[in-house]
Ligand binder design. Structure first.
Ligand SMILES: Nc1nc2c(ncn2[C@@H]2O[C@H](COP(=O)(O)OP(=O)(O)OP(=O)(O)O)[C@@H](O)[C@H]2O)c(=O)[nH]1
Length: 380
């Protein structure tokens, strides 16, 4: 199946959002690792069973300063992440990326100092561990992963050339092997990540399609009878708790059988779509519900609307249809498509079935009085 542009745009957008989320989930773990590693380097003389070598860093505590900065950046970023109100906010992911790039630059300085002073015992295991834990935590975001690991790769390679005593064939092979493992691992992990997001995206589309099938009328795209009942029950519960008004308008297209007989079923379908659009245009988009109740019958739920406000809606519909002026030569009413409408207002103790029956009774009255008009149940 060809990939549509909108689908790939959606996927790119979803990937971006998920990358932002993922970094705020695995970022803290990686910051803890950096924090522990910097503590280890600070206390290296206590942990190391090997004899202490004289090094550059003894003369001036640059290494201690660098490690102190890693400690400060890691711990403060972890703290901010813990305290943040929205754990997946975009600014948090930016803060984390920035913190990791800064930490990487500090590691670069640290490894350079150690290699320059000939103390390479902990550099290679530490660099390898850092690079592979970075891969585990950041594989989904190539840019951040590369920004963190590249300076470490570069400083080791650079020192191997500057200080050739360290440039053994074994080192070079090890370096190449690590780079190969890193890149292949990154590709595998990333492909799983993209696949998972793509599947999730497909599932979302599928769920939306199923929801639309269950809740929308396929011809007009407005709510169907089933979802109207659900929404009416919900609205009635809310209304009865808050004691606010609620009204219904039920509509029936006048002499629609004659319309079909004269213009054909296809034109009849188009007419129903136009009427549905007209009803939607005449109501408030946020809370009113326009639904197709049956063949050429529509119903409108007007929460928080008094009978007078429902009358205003019905009158607006009548005028909009009049302005549309869809020809209906078979109609004895006006020669154009018209509707009859029944209005019912919710009274205490009224059930939803009863309320619909009241709107239907008012609609029947409108038909009896000559169609192309509205009637209210309260006038009975
Ligand atoms: N084109 C089309 N026609 C439909 C659809 N659903 C129902 N109808 C037609 O709507 C017509 C309804 O006919 P009736 O119930 O006699 O109502 P009416 O002709 O409007 O008469 P009054 O309601 O008394 O004004 C029937 O001819 C149905 O075939 C639909 O989805 N598309």
């Amino acid at each position: 199946m060809p990939v549509r542009r909108s689908d790939s745009l959606n996927l790119d957008l979803r990937l971006k959002t998920m990358r932002q989320r993922a970094i705020t989930v695995s970022g803290p773990w990686f910051l803890w690792i950096n924090l522990l590693f910097s503590l280890f380097i600070l206390g290296r003389h206590y942990f190391s069973p090997l004899e202490k070598t004289i090094s550059l860093t003894d003369a001036f505590p640059v290494l201690e300063i660098l490690m102190g900065l890693i400690l400060a950046i890691s711990s403060s970023t972890i703290f901010i992440l813990r305290m943040a109100y929205d754990q997946h906010a975009e600014w948090l992911s930016k803060l984390l990326s920035g913190a990791l790039i800064a930490i990487s630059a500090l590691w670069m300085g640290c490894f350079y100092l150690l290699l320059a002073s000939g103390d390479s015992r902990i550099v290679f295991p530490f660099a390898a561990l850092l690079i592979f834990t970075a891969l585990i935590s950041l594989y989904f975001d190539g840019r951040v992963l590369l920004s963190f690991t590249l300076p470490i790769w570069v400083v080791i390679l650079f020192c191997n050339f500057i200080y050739p005593s360290d440039l053994t064939l074994l080192n070079a092979l090890l370096y190449l092997l690590l780079a190969g493992l890193f890149e292949s691992g990154r590709r595998i992990l990333r492909s799983w990540f993209v696949l998972a997001i793509r599947r999730e995206q497909e599932n979302r589309v599928l769920i939306k399609q199923l929801q639309d099938l269950a809740n929308l009328d396929p011809l007009t795209g407005i709510a169907n009878r089933r979802s109207f009942h659900l929404l009416l029950d919900k609205a009635m519960q809310r209304q009865q708790q808050c004691h606010t008004p609620l009204s219904l308008v039920m509509l029936d297209v006048d002499y629609f059988k004659k319309y079909n007989d004269h213009y054909g079923h296809q034109a009849g379908d188009e007419c129903l779509v136009n009427i549905a659009q007209c009803l939607v245009a005449a109501t408030r988009s946020t809370q009113d519900v326009v639904a197709r109740f049956g063949g050429e019958e529509f119903i409108i739920l007007l929460p928080e609307a008094t009978e007078q406000q429902a009358i205003e809606v019905a009158e607006r519909i009548r005028q909009k249809l009049q302005a549309l002026a869809i020809p209906h030569v078979g109609s004895p009413v006006t020669g154009y498509v018209t509707t009859s409408m029944g209005i019912a207002n919710l009274r205490p103790e009224t059930t939803s079935t009863r309320l619909i029956a009241q709107a239907d009774a008012a609609l029947y009255k409108a038909k009896k009085h000559g169609r192309n008009q509205w009637q209210t149940f309260s006038d009975e």
